[in-house]
Design a protein around this ligand. Sequence first.
Ligand SMILES: Nc1nc2c(ncn2[C@@H]2O[C@H](COP(=O)(O)OP(=O)(O)O)[C@@H](O)[C@H]2O)c(=O)[nH]1
Ligand SMILES: [Mg+2]
Length: 266
Amino acid sequence: MGNICVIGPRASGKTTYLAALAYKREHYKSSKGLTITPLNEDSQKIADRAENIICQGEAFEPTEVTSVDTLPDYSFKISIRKFPRLNPEKFQLVFKDYPGEVFENIADPHANDAIQEEFIEECFRKDVEGCLILFSDWVKGTDNHYNRIISRFLELMDARDRTHDLRLAVAMSKCERGELWPGRLDPETDLFQRHLSKTTTTLRRKVAPKNIRFYAISTFGVLKRNDPRPNRIDDRGKSGQASTLRKVSDWKPYNLLEPLYWLSKG
Ligand SMILES: Nc1nc2c(ncn2[C@@H]2O[C@H](COP(=O)(O)OP(=O)(O)O)[C@@H](O)[C@H]2O)c(=O)[nH]1
Ligand SMILES: [Mg+2]
């Protein structure tokens, strides 16, 4: 049973994604052959507060990070049975809640601190089978920024000898947004190639095709099959902008599990 880690820049939706997995477990207790078990105290905490995070937009930010030891550390055991007759796919989702800037700073040659070091070590540990990388921006200029980060990330991956055996699922998060939603059907072409072409080229050039896949995911999803209005409202709360679920009874997150399933099974 391998490990999968979730990484990505600031505000790309990592915490909300985890909360959604935990919340889904409440919603669909025994359905669809999905079981999600929080494995430690931090994970239990986020599971307990999942509903607030998704429905009320409660910020769930780690308090000041002064050392690696104080970073929240989530770990869930996940088992997905995709087809009734197949054995379930089991894996562990691990997520150490590094501040998003740690990921963004890997492209900065001067940012070299202990947290940075440890982040890199954790991503490329031998027991990690795959990384889910969340990106959420696509406006002009973002491609260059992401491309710098990804290029460096791939160099570090190579230096640790993981180029041939680490799977990468690269996902555009928050894809219920109107401009992105139609692109979800072929995210590689219509989201990544189109909006983040340099980043996509770098990934395709350096990672073997069998080890990379592009996804579109949305934690909030849309209202209905034939009603593609986003199932979210933007709230301006105390802590700034937060998005929350619009109609809880219609909640159908898009593609949350698919990248995990592929990362674990290949
Ligand atoms: N539109 C939309 N917003 C989202 C989605 N997932 C998260 N967000 C919002 O994006 C912001 C940052 O999310 P957060 O999970 O804190 O990002 P993190 O910094 O990567 O952990 C919050 O306001 C979330 O409500 C999504 O699927 N769609
Ligand atoms: Mg977070």
